[in-house]
Design a protein around this ligand. Structure first.
Ligand code: ATP
Ligand code: MG
Length: 687
């Protein structure tokens, strides 16, 4: 008689258990794909698999776990720890502590590259450019090469970066990328090629890598005979969540790590692919089984554990209209629950009012703010709501929007740290030197050339520089700071740099006081990172989010409402979910230029939003909304219609009602008027 299953396996359904137990015998496991719908327990199954493999003797230090965000990776290791603790107590928890290769593709790439830098011709102290820095470097080179100065119709700096990045991530030739995504720049191919060559050379000269390089170099490393084998041999298991949103490069990295697929587990849902705009390739997940001989084992999961039946029915109806047929049926045992709301409001102000009211009511009824989320297509859509929440003192945290690091003063301070880490980083250098009055482009170039002098030559080169009179009072402090990059140990160094920045902060910003408190907060964040280099890498790759709290850092034990872009809500769930602006023009956005593929991606986006809800879902449609300068049409109010993704036939799945703010003065206080179609009346007159 077989022994009874341990609890952590017994509570899984048979398909989940099959995925968890797959290949747990002696020898390396054959590749495994778990492809299943939203809320079917994919992430949970992955966590159980990691725990199970570990409990069966797999070495946690030889497992590589890659998820969509650093937060998701932390949640994953925390889950594994809970399971391991359940089985083995403190010993299990200690075991899970060995899982230190868990993070995003980019984060793990940065770590491996730092380690192997000397072997592949990179400087170990490389700094990482975020998208804005990359665009700035592109711009610098564009001007140096004289492109697009005389005539218009050369791509903007961000378009240049987008073209470059798509070509790299999709591993597609430039002419194809231009023809498909940027047809009006097709005749610029030769210039773009020169620009990109200069861009690559500049990054190498300056010892900087951009986001794409983290994958590109990693891909190249695993493609090398000796090095590839060495890196592949470090990991017995490589496990990836949200695989539908990986790009060609990431798929190539996995194959490089394990050409036969041994020890590979990937998990995802093709109906939730929402990153095609960043060159993600849904074919990755569909093609996965066929990459290997014998083919990868495929497990599908069909029970949804997240949502009530009415919520799931509405979400299924929306995705059921997709052009692509997703071969998954989801059912839930959670039969009870209300139909999702489809709420009509007059405009975005009323939308904000409705949400504040509904959120507070739900809290009264026992749903904490933390168990509620408001989701939107684009970060700017939450503006009116943020104002209203602030006015009513409802605390919130915003994910995927403006990052704490996007503010000028925080970027300034980080640029100083980056320049100390890597004095050849010219984008950081220009940013820092711009702070000093009197230093123009020519002087800045001379200073940066001096800083790039080898070894002890820097002091001499800086000493020989003549700076303009206006810069003179600030010069000694800058020079001394750059000459002593290691004067204070980390994180005390940050304080030293902050003191250097202080007079500039006062000079440049009227609201120096609030900005100063941001920088002090940055000091607190710094304390959690072991070194300047680790701090800079982590912050650049996965910046902290902005909050209603002025400090910019969430107070984790407070109750707060979550505001998030749909993209950043991936993989998460809340009891109560609101979706803003479910109107044509927002969802789908970009009506005028949307391609079929683009529209289909927007449909999946709405599906992702709806499937975040556990108990209650509310879709809000303002009759009027404000567009924010899209497509050169400028900011303006437009009249909106319910999103085309909600067809007439679906309406019975929703509880429909109009909501008007009560007790406000003026026009908004007028009672709700039911719309009538007078055209029909006119025709009836003659019947
Ligand atoms: P998404 O597609 O949104 O990423 P997912 O498939 O990864 O969703 P999970 O987040 O892992 O789904 O699980 C959804 C919810 O269902 C979670 O609250 C999880 O704890 C719960 N769940 C998963 N499997 C089971 C199970 N066997 N029994 C009970 N609850 C489960
Ligand atoms: Mg998941």
């Amino acid at each position: 008689e077989p022994a009874p299953l341990p609890d952590y396996l017994a509570r899984l359904n048979p398909a989940q258990r099959e995925a968890v137990l797959h290949g747990d015998g002696p020898g390396a496991a054959a590749p495994l794909l778990v492809i299943a719908g939203a809320g079917s327990g994919k992430t949970n199954t992955l966590a159980h698999r990691v725990a199970h493999l570990m409990l069966k003797g797999a070495d946690p230090r030889r497992m590589l776990i890659m998820t969509f965000s650093r937060r998701a990776a932390q949640e994953m290791t925390a889950r594994v720890e809970r399971i391991a603790r359940e089985v083995l107590g403190a010993e299990g928890a200690a075991l899970a502590g060995g899982l230190d290769w868990a993070g995003t593709f980019h984060g793990m790439g940065a770590r491996l590259l730092r380690e192997y830098a000397p072997l592949v011709g990179l400087d170990e102290a490389f700094t990482i450019h975020d998208r804005e820095d990359s665009a700035d470097l592109m711009n610098l080179l564009r001007h140096e090469l004289g492109f697009g100065l005389a005539e218009a119709r050369f791509p903007s700096k961000s378009a240049c970066l987008a073209i470059y990045s798509r070509s790299v991530n999709a591993q597609a030739p430039l002419d194809g990328v231009l023809a498909e995504g940027f047809p009006k720049f097709r005749n610029r191919e030769a210039e773009l090629r020169r620009l990109f060559a200069a861009y690559v050379e500049a990054k190498q000269d300056q010892g900087v890598l951009d986001y794409d390089d983290l994958l590109l170099y990693w891909r190249a490393m695993v493609g090398e005979a000796g090095l590839g084998a060495e890196i592949g041999a470090r990991f017995d298991h490589v496990l990836v969540d949200e695989y539908q949103d990986t790009n060609r490069l990431q798929a190539a990295i996995l194959l490089g790590l394990s050409p036969q697929g041994r020890g590979l587990t990937v998990v995802g849902d093709d109906a939730q692919a929402i990153y095609a705009f960043r060159a993600a390739e849904v074919r990755n997940i569909l093609d996965f089984p066929g990459l290997f001989t014998p083919r990868a084992r495929v497990v599908t999961l069909e029970q949804n554990y997240r949502s009530t039946a009415p919520v799931l029915a509405a979400a299924n109806a929306v995705i059921g209209e997709a052009r692509e047929r997703f071969s998954k049926t989801l059912w839930t045992a959670r039969g009870e629950g209300a139909r999702p709301g489809l709420v009509t409001v007059h405009d975005e102000a009323a939308q904000a009012g409705y949400i504040c009211r509904a959120v507070l009511e739900a809290r009264e009824e026992g749903t904490a703010l933390k168990d509620q989320a408001v989701l939107f297509r684009t970060s700017s859509h939450s503006g009116p709501l943020e104002v209203e929440l602030t006015r009513r003192n409802i605390p919130f945290v915003k994910f995927g929007g403006l990052k704490f690091l996007d503010s000028a003063h925080v970027k300034d301070l980080l640029a100083v740290l980056r320049l100390r880490e890597n004095p050849r980083d010219r984008v950081a250098g220009f940013r820092v030197l711009r702070l000093i009055p009197g230093i123009g482009t020519a002087t800045a170039r001379a200073v940066l050339d001096a800083l790039a002098a080898p070894g002890a030559g820097v002091a001499e080169a800086l000493g020989a520089l003549r700076v303009p009179a206006r810069a003179a009072p600030f010069w000694p402090a800058f020079r001394d700071m750059m000459l002593n990059p290691a004067e204070a140990p980390w994180p005390a160094e940050l304080e030293a740099v902050r003191l250097w920045y202080e007079p500039h902060l006062e000079r440049l910003h009227e609201d120096a006081e609030t900005r100063r408190s941001d920088l002090l907060q940055l000091g607190q964040i710094a304390a959690g990172h072991g070194s300047r280099s680790a701090f800079l890498t982590d912050l650049t790759l996965d910046p902290p989010d902005a909050t209603s709290d002025e400090s910019g850092v969430p107070l984790l034990d407070d109750d707060y409402l979550v505001l998030s872009t749909i993209h950043s809500a991936k993989g998460r769930e809340w009891r109560n979910v609101f979706v803003l602006n479910v109107v044509d023009g927002c969802m789908p956005s970009d009506l005028g230029t949307g391609t079929t593929a683009g529209i289909e991606e927007e449909r999946r986006l709405l599906y992702v939003a709806m499937t975040r809800a556990r108990d209650a879902l509310h879709l809000v449609t303002p009759l009027r909304f404000y567009t924010h300068g899209q497509r050169a049409r400028g900011d303006r109010h437009v009249y909106a219609a319910r999103s085309r993704f909600l067809t007439e036939a679906m309406l019975p799945l929703f509880e429909r009602f109009a909501w008007t703010p009560q007790g406000t003065a003026g026009a908004a206080a007028r009672p709700a008027v039911q719309p009538v179609d007078l055209r029909a009346r006119m025709k009836d007159m003659w019947r």
